[in-house]
Design a protein around this ligand. Structure first.
Ligand code: NAD
Ligand code: WQD
Length: 350
């Protein structure tokens, strides 16, 4: 174990954060997690340690609690931060916008203040393709304008702006340890660890397609509503770029490594798309699911969901060029791993 490489993982007990902890531990990093467990269970971190046979350090801390967070930095020799902590439900963010701005934006401000005080200035941030808003182009490149269309998306866009401003301030007032920041814009993460021990465990009725499909297939939910059959897409249903969560977190390891290379020697803040680079429709997801699992997915067509775009997917060329990262797993892998997690854990972590 290399004690010089200690990564603080905010939101490490969550869906993506727990998979990141596995990859970090397997890559030889020391892992310190802070999570308030608002949308996760400590059980996930127990299983991370089981899978890797390595320990991690956990603090049940809210990132908005400056004193407690500073205490973690004082106790642990943190060298860089992966920042996953945040709320992510688009619908809830429309009903309770201040909850989202307070958690995501204010929480990140506190984290950045504490990092600056501790002189820890390497950060990988969980951004989202949602920051592209509505765009006439369906394949997104990082240079497209930002324009989120809901409060959740705006929290991500605001945080990106703050991080770019922090980095720009280094150029005005050069610092010996400039900020080194990777903004990772995720497309649609699905799937689970191949062990079937950790995966996505949504509270209540899922909002997202994949957990909904699995709960229909296992009989927990009666029927999937396919939102829209009249989009200008090949089969009329919505098209997205689905990415296996393990591929996604491998992109984070590549990013944290890149921050330590010559490219970031003078600091900087750079955005990268993490996606497969191809679109897949709702009906293709259902078809692949039925083929892999042998289960029927009951569905019926319903009206379009407000705020949904017909089609978008990533251009992931920059991540390949600069981080040496690209997806390795197929849609079949994503479905098979999701299904193994669901069958082995019908009640999630409960
Ligand atoms: P998740 O809800 O499973 O994980 C987030 C974790 O952060 C949870 O464990 C939660 O308890 C914790 N948390 C929330 N607020 C906190 C706070 N104030 N202090 C400490 N801990 C806090 O979500 P996820 O799917 O793993 O998403 C991780 C990150 O990736 C989020 O920032 C999300 O916005 C972003 N993201 C997710 C997706 C997706 O589809 N899952 C897509 C794009 C971006
Ligand atoms: C995928 C497709 C739906 C559910 C959301 C957030 C985004 C990002 C990822 C965080 C769409 C269709 C869905 C259902 C359906 N999160 N669908 N029936 O909307 O692309 O992205 O998660 O950053 O910000 O908005 O993902 O899984 O909800 O939908 O037909 O019951 O499945 O219309 O075409 P989405 P999703």
């Amino acid at each position: 174990m290399n004690s010089a490489k200690s990564v603080l993982v905010t939101g490490g007990a969550g869906y993506i954060g727990s998979h990141a902890c596995v990859e970090l531990l397997q890559a030889g990093y020391r892992v310190v997690v802070v999570d308030n467990l608002e949308n996760s269970k400590f059980e996930a971190l127990k299983r991370v340690q089981e899978i890797t046979d390595k320990p991690l350090t956990f603090y049940q801390v809210d990132i908005r609690d400056h004193a407690s967070l500073a205490d973690v930095f004082a106790k642990e020799a943190i060298t860089s931060v992966m920042h996953f902590a945040g709320l992510k439900a688009v619908g809830e963010s429309c009903e309770l916008p201040l909850k989202y701005y307070h958690n995501n934006v204010y929480g990140t401000i506190v984290l950045l203040q504490v990092m600056a005080e501790a002189n820890v200035k390497q950060l990988v941030f969980s951004s989202s393709a949602t920051v592209y808003g509505t765009n006439p182009q369906v394949q997104y490149t990082e240079d497209l304008p930002i324009g989120a269309v809901n409060p959740y998306g705006r929290t991500k866009a605001m945080i990106e702006d703050m991080l770019r401003d922090l980095s720009a301030a280094d150029a005005i007032k050069p610092s010996q340890s400039p900020w080194k920041i990777a903004l990772l814009r995720y497309f649609n993460p699905i799937g689970a660890h191949e062990s079937g021990r950790i995966g996505e465990d949504p509270n209540g009725i899922p909002n997202n397609l994949m957990p909904y499909v699995t709960q229909v297939a296992i009989g927990k939910l009666a029927q999937l509503s396919v939102f829209g059959d009249d989009y200008p897409t090949p089969d009329g249903t919505g098209v997205r770029d689905y990415i296996h969560v393990v591929d996604l977190v491998k992109g984070h390891i590549k990013a944290i490594q890149a921050l330590q290379t010559e490219k970031f020697a003078a600091g900087g803040c750079k955005a990268y798309n993490l996606g497969a680079g191809k679109g897949c429709s709702v009906l293709e997801i259902i078809g692949t699911f039925e083929k892999i699992t042998g289960r029927k997915v009951n569905y019926s067509f319903a009206p379009r969901r407000a705020g949904d775009l017909p089609e978008y997917y990533a251009n992931p060329a920059l991540a390949l060029q600069e981080l040496g990262w690209q997806v390795e797993k197929t849609l079949e892998d994503m479905v098979a791993d999701t299904w193994l997690w669901q069958v082995n854990n019908p009640q999630g972590y409960n």
